[in-house]
Design a protein around this ligand. Structure first.
Ligand code: 13P
Ligand code: SF4
Length: 345
């Protein structure tokens, strides 16, 4: 895809169709996937993978999904061990929901730039400025921040979570300002938004989206609500630049639902490029292209076939959450998994 952006990915992009998609794969030993499956069976482990994981990691997992779906699975699986192929807050959330299980993450350094935008101290100070306010924390937060929150949400149930709150109450929404603005727009609620953002989705702005649409005007468009372009996407629909029924703002799980039911043959996707793997599998007759082919989450890509295999072989990367923090965070996370059907906001 031609683009005027100057930012370059850290390596030459691989190609998929006619558009570049930069995805790093390591070079694992032949038979690694069989060994991963055998070790998982031996250890009574379930492998969960987020939609942004490398395709090879998604393919070897027991379950692939969005944050909400994976949290619900973590809370209900019978296995002794959970191997979480995702980022640290996701593995921490699994540990909060399943404290008796051993939770492993292939690379414990896999953080999240969005979760890093707010600390528990900062949230406590903000709460002190708004006594009585309800705190809604996006799941992309540390366990300490969740422990200071009343209810968590993911991008797939954020609207339902906010809609469930008494309209007379003030709401503090942390930490993603783009998702918060989207939820405020859909619910008509006046929310206080923390000024945080994900460095990957914040780069997918209105100009990037407009250019992708100009290059492929017949394609439908799926936009993750963490994207900086979420607001301009709706403005484009309102101005008639693109037909309103051709653009959807949805979580990664919602994108899959859209992929399964679409009747068009081309779809542009504004989110992290790992998502394309599940979309293409869900509907091979449709061409799914990234709005930004360089939207690569470096943290998600820290889980590779090799780190996953090493984690299972050596039992390394156990996730610990302080039990008192976990108890306080659990109430907010359990509210999250019971609200919303997990579909598109
Ligand atoms: P989902 O809630 O759609 O899985 O997204 C998680 C995430 O990290 C988005 O950047
Ligand atoms: Fe965090 Fe952004 Fe990566 Fe999602 S894509 S895990 S929000 S840094």
């Amino acid at each position: 895809m031609a683009t005027t952006r100057t930012k370059r990915p850290p390596a030459a992009p691989a190609t998929s169709g006619t558009r570049p998609v930069w995805i790093h794969e390591d070079d694992p030993a032949p038979g690694w996937a069989e060994e991963v499956r055998a070790l998982a069976a031996e250890r009574d482990a379930v492998i969960l993978a987020h939609n942004y994981q490398l395709p090879a990691v998604q393919d070897v997992a027991d379950h692939v999904g969005d944050s909400l779906a994976l949290s619900r699975i973590a809370a209900s699986v019978p296995h002794r061990q959970i191997v979480f192929c995702g980022v640290h807050f996701m593995a921490e959330t699994a540990k909060i929901l399943a404290p008796a299980k051993q939770v492993l993450i292939p690379d414990p350094a896999a953080g999240c730039s969005l979760a890093a935008t707010i600390t528990a101290d900062q949230l406590r100070a903000w709460k002190a400025e708004h006594p009585g306010a309800v705190v809604v924390a996006y799941v992309n937060t540390t366990a300490e921040v969740k422990a200071e929150s009343d209810v968590c949400c993911t991008s797939s149930n954020a609207v339902d979570v906010v809609a469930s709150i008494d309209p007379a109450r003030e709401v503090l929404f942390v930490p993603d300002r783009h998702l918060g603005a989207h939820v405020a727009r859909v619910t008509g609620r006046d929310l206080h938004l923390w000024d945080g953002q994900c460095h990957v989705h914040d780069e997918i702005g209105g100009e990037v989206l407009a250019q992708a649409i100009a290059e492929d005007p017949a394609a439908d468009v799926l936009v993750h609500p963490e994207c900086a372009c979420a607001t301009s996407a709706l403005e484009m629909a309102a101005s008639g630049a693109i037909k309103a029924d051709r653009i959807r703002i949805v979580s990664t799980g919602g994108m899959l639902d859209e992929a399964r039911r679409t009747r068009v043959d081309r779809v542009l996707v504004a989110t992290e490029v790992g998502m394309l793997h599940q979309l293409r599998r869900a509907n091979p007759d449709v061409r799914f292209d990234p709005v930004d082919p360089w939207a690569v989450c470096p943290y998600m890509k820290m889980t590779t076939p090799t780190t996953l295999l090493t984690c299972l072989r050596d039992g390394r990367g156990e996730v610990h959450v302080d039990p008192a923090t976990a108890t306080r965070a659990r109430a907010a996370v359990e509210r999250m998994i019971t609200i919303g059907a997990g579909g598109a906001p």
